[in-house]
Design a protein around this ligand. Sequence first.
Ligand SMILES: Nc1nc2c(ncn2[C@@H]2O[C@H](COP(=O)(O)OP(=O)(O)OP(=O)(O)O)[C@@H](O)[C@H]2O)c(=O)[nH]1
Ligand SMILES: [Mg+2]
Length: 484
Amino acid sequence: MNVQLRKPILVGGVTLSIGLWLWDSLQHSLVEVGEWSLLGAMTVGAGFWLLRKKTAHKQPLTELSLPVKREELEQALAAINQLVKDLEAEAPDRDIAKLKQEVNRLPTLLQRQELKIAITGGKAVGKTSLTRTLAESKFATKIDWLETEALLIEKEQQEITAKEKALAADLVLFLVAGDLTDAEWQILQQLKQSRQRVLLIFNKQDLYSPEERIYIEQQLQQRVAEIIAPEDIVAIATVPKAIKVLRQQEDGSVQESMEQPAAQISNLNSRLTTILAREQEQLIWATTWRTAIELKQQAREILNQVRRDRALPVIEQYQWVAAAAAFANPVAALDLLAAAAVSTQMLVDLGGIYRQKFSLEQAQTATGTLGKLMVQLGLVELSTQAIASILKSNAFTYVAGGAVQGVSAAYLTRIAGLSLIEYFQEQEVSLDAQEGFNLARFTAKLQQVFQQNQRTAFLNNFVRQAVNRLSGKRETPSSATTVS
Ligand SMILES: Nc1nc2c(ncn2[C@@H]2O[C@H](COP(=O)(O)OP(=O)(O)OP(=O)(O)O)[C@@H](O)[C@H]2O)c(=O)[nH]1
Ligand SMILES: [Mg+2]
């Protein structure tokens, strides 16, 4: 690769004395919270759940329990459309026909006249019975009733499918047959984090005495107070247990028989009727919003891949520029960063790829912060020592002065670049609005990337490659750069 020092800011102007700073302050919006949680819920397939810590009970309903607003839906639709445009512009060769088709279908989803209601809950809580009974009830809206697989049966894949079905529905009836278990509470929270509308149904209430029923209902209300309103907790008995009926016959004898009482679900029917009358439109918005967010996530992943493919050669380029500069003009470890390792121009270039705009001044300040952080975290010290010891080892018979600095500069530049990629990627997934530079999040990325790239084999390989470069030997495309 022909590396030229054509960008003078690379080696000058960056000082470490600049204090930590933040760009614009964090913007905490409802959308942000919702999307974050939703993405968490949606990665369930991969086994990751963004489990929120169980917070103190008896709080008012959280923001997550509010219906999805029209503006939020529109924002999500605009975002996914923008992403599709970005993808088309940045990766014209990628086949995104299927994604596009689904995106184009989103507006038609909003025209739906039929609703889908999922009936979920643990094993044998009465899902099938209730699904059948409801299917026979009359509602103003056409409803597609769908029973999910049983939750909490330690068959992970089934539970994942059940949650996915619940998330894809417009409304979820979450059945319990008594008090709520911790596992049920977790799932309820996950559904609510995806802004899913949930009614908590206390079925089989016929199995309890009136006092017990009241007690259980109170318990349920308290337990879910943060996420489900009291009117959305409904007690029913879908298949009440048979009762003994005594009938006096004409001849005076008494005949005993067991009879099956009718389903007691009228309060559920009336709650559903109210919800359908008032919220049908919002329910459809919310489902469409969830679909849009999921598509957005898919599009992001493709886009991030594409951008990463473009970003890696940029990092490679700067890492060798940094190496050459530090090799030619060896300086103390700390100045290394100021001089070369953390390149302002690299930040500007990577920012360009990830559509994160930096003014030169912002980039300088940011790289100052980055450099300081690397020193504070001990990365500079650790890597220069490791590199020096590799260089001293038998593997290298001839090492010129300045080699430690040169290799270290390259290595640190690489770490900084890869961390920026990780940071930009994640930031974009979480937000549309410009968020401030989140130092804590970036620090976490830096540490993670550093650890990933600290493996001895990788370092050895990197050092060899760097030394070859500095001593004028060129290697064919490196294996070092494939590790990230
Ligand atoms: N006592 C009483 N029994 C009920 C009630 N609702 C359902 N059952 C009984 O509970 C048992 C399980 O009901 P199902 O409807 O099959 O439950 P399910 O949740 O679909 O079960 P799985 O799909 O196997 O997890 C059946 O014997 C039902 O008759 C109720 O309200 N009271
Ligand atoms: Mg069933």
